[in-house]
Design a protein around this ligand. Structure first.
Ligand code: NAI
Length: 337
């Protein structure tokens, strides 16, 4: 089989590898499509602290089960499935309280173990989620990015009284906007980004008001508009954002962060406690695939709006370069296998 392998930072090779055999409790997928995420590019460029090389990248993938290991019902062969990249031990403290996404022995497919940019992949059967026929292949490939939004929203409980502010209109911001609009029905969605084309996408994906905060003070702008956000999602993840969000939030607001920057940011207790703010963090997803499949099946979200490009997997280098260098016009890139 052909696999997209990052042999070491900056060295991407399409390798011939033996087709893997599913072990007990596993299924094997014939991968049909996969999505490129920023973290794939970070592994390619050597900027992902968790990656070990060589690595087959890809954690957003869709395909058909073509073989099963011992103990897995053979009736699953032929089913259309997406893979949940979160592989967890099942018995540590986080796993015991329903948070396998922060398992003490976490293995993320495509990061800690070989991923879905490959013609075949094996994974635990419980990580393979069956896709109803009503969801087309391309949309199914987009389920994983929406699970990130599902995870943060499940923690923050958005509701109809909420005035939401989303920082960043990349894939993570746009999936969050779609969920806030289509699933949770918040009162108003404001989006801040530094790229006008991305803000236009935010509007198409459900934002009511968009603000380019390149040259303006967002806190002052919102104050002038009389807006005090009650729910803030940081999907831009710059360290300067959390202190700003604490300052401009309404009393009793919730703030959700998703970033992995190791740079410090300065916050103070008074800013949080005086307004009794709640700060959530969210990593990957904890069993949110069924939730997103249901959202997609009932047309509450519209994944096609994010897909701007599609390539054959043999053009993966070109696809990654466009993804990296063209944020004005490129959002989600799919690879066909
Ligand atoms: P992206 O780079 O495509 O989008 C980020 C957007 O934020 C860009 O449009 C950029 O112009 C905008 N931005 C940057 N600084 C800003 C600022 N100060 N104010 C407003 N907008 C600003 O990235 P993507 O794929 O949407 O991911 C966003 C972040 O989420 C990344 O940092 C990524 O590491 C993180 N992430 C976290 C996950 C988790 O499970 N916690 C999962 C996936 C991504």
């Amino acid at each position: 089989m052909k696999s997209v392998v990052i042999q070491q930072p900056e060295v991407l090779v399409i390798e011939d590898r033996p087709v893997p055999q599913p072990q007990a409790g596993e299924v094997r997928l014939r991968v049909e499509s996969a999505g490129i995420c920023g973290s794939d590019v970070h592994i390619y460029r050597g900027h992902n602290p968790f990656a070990k090389y060589p690595r087959v990248i890809g954690h957003e993938f869709f395909g058909r089960i073509d073989a099963v290991g011992e103990g897995v019902d053979t009736s699953h062969v032929g089913q259309r499935v997406v893979g949940d990249p979160v592989v967890s031990c099942g018995h540590c403290y986080p796993c015991s309280v329903g948070r396998p996404n922060v398992c003490t022995a976490l293995q993320v497919i495509g990061v800690h173990r070989d991923g879905g940019f490959s013609e075949y992949i094996t994974l635990p059967a419980k990580n393979a989620h069956i896709i109803p026929d009503s969801i087309p292949d391309r949309e199914a490939t987009m389920i994983e990015p929406f699970t990130i939004a599902a995870n943060i929203c499940s923690q923050m409980h958005p509701g109809p009284l909420d005035i939401a502010l989303v920082y960043g209109a990349g894939p993570m911001g746009l999936t969050s906007i779609q969920a806030l609009r289509g699933v949770y029905g918040v009162k108003q969605i404001i989006v801040a980004d530094r790229i006008d084309e991305r803000l236009a996408m935010a509007k198409e994906n459900g934002a009511d008001l968009v603000i380019n905060n390149t040259d303006i003070d967002l806190t002052a702008e919102l104050a002038e508009l009389g807006i005090r956000p009650t729910l803030i999602i940081d999907a831009a993840c710059h360290p300067s954002i959390l202190p700003e969000a604490i300052g401009l939030a309404s009393p009793a607001a919730r703030i959700g962060i998703m970033g992995f920057s190791s740079d410090p940011c300065v916050i103070n207790q008074q800013g949080i406690t005086s307004k009794e703010l709640t700060i959530y963090s969210s990593r990957l997803n904890s069993n949110r695939f069924p939730m997103v499949i249901d959202w997609m099946n009932s047309k509450k979200i519209h994944p096609e709006k994010l897909i701007t490009h599609q390539f054959d997997y043999t053009q993966v280098v070109e696809a990654m370069e466009i993804f990296e260098k063209d944020p004005k016009f490129c959002c989600k890139v799919l690879l066909k296998f």
